[in-house]
Design a protein around this ligand. Structure first.
Ligand code: SER
Length: 587
């Protein structure tokens, strides 16, 4: 049996022997990209270098990158989806291109000294071409030279054979994907892309384009290669198992859960898988070089949800032991020899998970008892009560409700949450002005003003402006954004004037609930990896066709910008390196 350790070494050494420099995995928390919460692919930390900056290690690189994808979290529990995964990759930063990349992939997959996969079980897909980029004839022809039958080469469009950008703008391009047949032998001659027995194992992206903020594609001066192969999936394929959780990466955790719960994995696959996946992801986020512990915001909120959901499923299979010591410690041991940060953060990882699960366990049973009293769909206030009194993340309440065939009023929950946050902020600042209703109205107006401000900053300063932080009290908004220089008095005046014009134009404020993919296609600004469940709200200010601002956001907002009356910037200052801060008021 090939282990994960063998596979990582084999991959890195193969590319090292072919002139690539081995680079360490970057952090799971992206350094310079506020549009996503987590690193989602090996190319993500390499974006500046794909755009032409010089990489200190050279033009040919290879790595095993830690990745988190939260968009798939609802799928966790089946046999293939994971929140945390490792991606094996090789890169050419303007050095070799398509034919060499295909040669490397073919050799690594089929050579007896590498993975020795049977070529008669391989199929590929290439980009068919559209208005933005032509048919990838070069890759198509090169696959033929490998002896791949034309029947085994699918030609597909952007939805299948185009990758990137990782955020809203950035490097991207056509790709060619390699599939392995896991069904009964012999493999069919024709590659039917709908047949699930063809499993995608490796993606070669030819990053020769850049997606711009207006949705158009421009050609990059530097033609790059970005490849990604999922370690866990390849491990399954090589070892002939169809369930990721049966690979050596998870088998000892599954065995431990069986002995703790006295239940069998085969009878409880979903609960076992959710616990294993979620605790593993929590270990990797907390133990990261920029580690984040459980909290109520951003990455911390994801960690909290992961741990709490794992505890809920552990409760379901009667596993009352601490997951931190029984399960997390197994992952810590495995990853300590791969990622030095896990070894050095060992105690922190165990302690933070332990603290969070103990905190949550105390209220879980009471919360479930309360939840079980509901005999119909939950109002926002009821869901908020479960959150506030028992620490039930909204998504967990929604999942429990789904299991009973009920729904939950999400908007109502978010309105309650916004009111509550405002109440505690004003109360702790000791300045209760006009009661909660007034305060939350002011906050809503300032929230809308924040969207107008971001849109105006992007008009005046450029599309590198992204939100880095926001804090609103009843008195003022505070908005942090990516920009290297102090704003000139003229720029400040221009931003103010643009926002005031948007207010006097009395723009309608509307929202649509859409999937993340639709939000991306609508060119909405915002965090694309932040949501536990995939549906998001996209707020538009202005007409649908000529909008002034469009962002992913939970709300709430005013219904017309005229309600803001006027806008004034009080202060512009540095917040941290490369981040500026504006404080402003409305009314
Ligand atoms: N960026 C591509 C992917 O994530 C290839 O590395 O699949």
């Amino acid at each position: 049996m090939m282990t994960a350790t063998d596979l990582r070494h084999k991959f890195l050494n193969f590319f090292k022997d072919h002139g690539h420099a081995i680079i360490p995995s970057a952090s799971l928390i992206p350094d310079n990209d506020p549009t996503v919460l987590f690193t989602t692919a090996g190319m993500h930390p390499l974006v500046p270098f794909l755009l032409g900056e010089t990489h200190p290690a050279g033009k040919e690189l290879t790595s095993v990158q830690k990745c988190i994808r939260t968009g798939d979290i609802d799928e966790v529990g089946d046999s293939t989806h994971l929140t945390f995964f490792e991606m094996l990759g090789n890169w050419s930063l303007g050095a070799y291109f398509k034919t060499e990349a295909i040669d490397y992939s073919w050799q690594f997959l089929t050579d007896a000294s590498c993975l020795a996969l049977d070529p008669s079980r391989l199929a590929v897909s290439v980009f068919v071409g559209d208005n933005d980029a032509p048919f990838d004839e070069e890759s198509y022809n090169h696959w033929l030279t490998k002896g791949i039958n034309p029947e085994r080469i699918a030609k597909l469009g952007k939805a299948d054979n185009w990758w990137g950008p990782a955020g809203q703008t950035g490097p991207c391009g056509p790709d060619t994907e390699i599939f392995y047949w896991v069904g009964a032998l012999p493999a069919p001659t024709h590659f039917d892309t709908e047949d699930k027995n063809w499993v995608e194992i490796w993606n070669n992206v030819f990053m020769a384009y850049r997606k711009e903020a207006d949705g158009s594609f421009s050609e990059l001066a530097q033609k790059n290669v970005d490849t990604g192969m999922g370690l866990e999936r390849v491990l399954c394929v090589i070892n002939g198992v169809s369930d990721i959780y049966q690979t050596e990466l998870f088998s000892s955790v599954i065995a431990r859960l069986e002995s703790l719960s006295g239940k069998r994995y085969a009878d409880n696959t979903k609960a076992f898988r959710v616990i294993a996946d979620h605790i593993r992801a929590a270990v990797m986020i907390i133990g990261d070089q920029h580690g984040v512990g459980p909290s109520n915001t951003d990455q911390g909120y994801v960690v909290r949800k992961l741990i709490r959901r794992a505890v809920r499923f552990a409760n379901q299979i009667n596993c009352t032991d601490n997951l931190a010591t029984s399960v997390a410690s197994i992952f810590v041991d495995h990853f300590s020899s791969v990622y030095p940060e896990i070894a050095s953060n060992k105690d922190k990882i165990i302690n933070e998970i332990l603290e969070e699960e103990n905190k949550f366990k105390k209220t879980l049973e009471n919360g479930l008892r309360e939840f079980n009293k509901y005999t119909a769909s939950l109002t926002g206030t009821e869901a908020f009560g479960l959150y506030q009194s028992f620490g039930f993340p909204l998504e967990m309440t929604m999942e429990l409700a789904r299991e009973k065939g009920f729904s939950v009023d999400e908007d109502g929950f978010n309105t309650e949450l916004a009111k509550h946050q405002e109440l505690s902020r004003t109360a702790s600042a000791g300045k209760f002005k006009g009661g909660l209703a007034d305060a939350s109205e002011d906050v809503t107006k300032l929230h809308t003003a924040t969207h107008l401000l971001q849109a105006a900053l992007r008009q005046v300063l450029g599309h590198h402006i992204f939100q880095k932080g926001s804090n609103i009290t009843a008195e003022r908004l505070r908005f942090d954004f990516s920009h290297p220089d102090k704003l000139t008095p003229e720029q400040i005046a221009e931003v103010e004037q643009i926002v005031n014009k948007a207010i006097s134009d009395a723009l309608p404020v509307t929202y649509k609930e859409v999937s993340l993919e639709e939000a991306r296609a609508m060119n909405a600004l915002g965090v694309f990896e932040s949501k536990y469940n995939e549906r998001v709200k996209v707020y538009t200010m202005g007409d649908d066709s000529h909008y002034f601002s469009r962002e992913i956001c939970g709300g709430p907002h005013v219904s017309n910008t005229s309600e803001l009356k006027s806008f004034k910037i009080l202060k512009e200052e540095a917040s941290s390196a490369g981040v500026r801060r504006i404080k402003a008021v409305v009314g």
